[in-house]
Design a protein around this ligand. Structure first.
Ligand code: 13P
Length: 321
């Protein structure tokens, strides 16, 4: 057989084995650098599978901020997006927090600036500002208390005030409004991945998998949440799937979480109802970026101390709840 006869499959197998040997080299390098730097690797549930498998801890926003604080590591490599790494740096100023790709931002967090928030605050002087953690350190510093999707209801119910200015996610705000007796003023921000999930996608998935439980993230539209069995943070979905008797689940959040769901629940099936459920920022981090981050100690999260202290008050108040 001459070289012209080599089948596509053989090229594909060669490419796969080359890629896996490169991955192994990066993983070895990361392990060595981690020891040298006394570092810990935290990964969000939306990260690429190989990053989740490599991480010391994988979790949702709330879980990761607590774990970053509790760890005695000197360096935290945060495989997630900017606001998550910032939360770790706000809570643990004695640690060096690295975000492997500096462009890994959050479009939702970018939908509000501190100047815009100050203006809105002036227009609503009696409202208490509840800020979703998907926001910048400056916006957190200007707020009264933070919340995540896991503790939003508890945070809102802990407030004695009735009027709430909720920033920046309109949809999480609407969901919390529907679950509490408070009066909400909503900012018009949204997460593009969750916003793109439509009721028709859920209806189609339910038709294809009639026995499946539907779990969605509270960043989804209320019309999508209304069609679901439950709305949870990503860790909430993982806990529910583990305990549930059900064998099939439709997962209405960024598809990266399906890696952990499958790994922790062999024998159960998970379906993603839309191919749009992807956060491109979360996928920017690769093994190569993590190795380079540890090698070059980049990109350090730096927050002015005055902003950090005020942002910490909002996060601490949330963690007390
Ligand atoms: P979780 O806190 O549920 O992991 O959500 C994070 C997030 O950014 C959702 O888009």
């Amino acid at each position: 057989m001459n070289s012209g006869d080599i089948k596509d499959d053989e090229y594909y197998d060669d490419a796969l084995s080359l890629a896996s040997s490169i991955d192994t080299q990066y993983i070895e390098k990361i392990k060595e650098l981690k020891r040298k730097r006394k570092a810990i690797i935290l990964a969000h549930n939306y990260q690429r599978p190989e990053i989740q498998d490599l991480a010391d801890l994988v979790g949702d926003s709330l879980d990761l901020s607590k774990k970053a604080q509790a760890s005695d590591a000197k360096v935290v490599v945060f495989c997630g997006v900017q606001f998550m790494a910032e939360s770790a740096a706000i809570l643990s100023p004695e640690k060096t927090v690295l975000l492997p790709v500096k462009e890994a931002g959050c479009q939702l967090a970018d939908m509000i600036t501190v100047q815009e928030l100050r203006k809105k605050k002036k227009e609503n002087p009696k409202a208490v500002i509840v800020c979703y953690v998907n926001s910048s350190a400056e916006v957190k510093a200007e707020s009264d208390i933070c919340c995540t999707s896991a503790n939003g209801i508890g945070v809102v119910n802990s407030l004695k005030e009735n009027r709430i200015l909720f920033v920046p996610d309109e949809h999480l705000g609407r969901y919390l409004e529907s679950k509490t007796d408070k009066d909400f003023i909503l900012w018009r921000g949204f997460c593009p991945a969750h916003y793109n999930l439509l009721p028709k996608d859920i209806l189609k998935a339910k038709k294809e998998h009639p026995q499946a439980k539907v779990l969605v993230h509270p960043e989804c539209r209320l019309s999508v949440i209304d069609l679901a069995d439950e709305a949870f943070s990503t860790n909430g979905m993982l806990e529910y799937a583990k305990k549930s008797e059900a064998k099939e689940f439709i997962i209405g959040t960024e598809m990266g979480v399906v890696h952990r769901l499958k790994k922790e629940n062999p024998g159960k099936n998970f379906y993603v109802p839309s191919e749009n459920l992807i956060c491109s920022s979360m996928k920017l981090i690769t093994l190569k970026e993590v190795a380079e981050s540890l090698e070059k100690m980049r990109y350090k999260i730096e927050i002015p101390e005055e902003v950090r202290k005020r942002a910490k008050k909002s996060l601490d108040r949330m963690l007390e709840v």
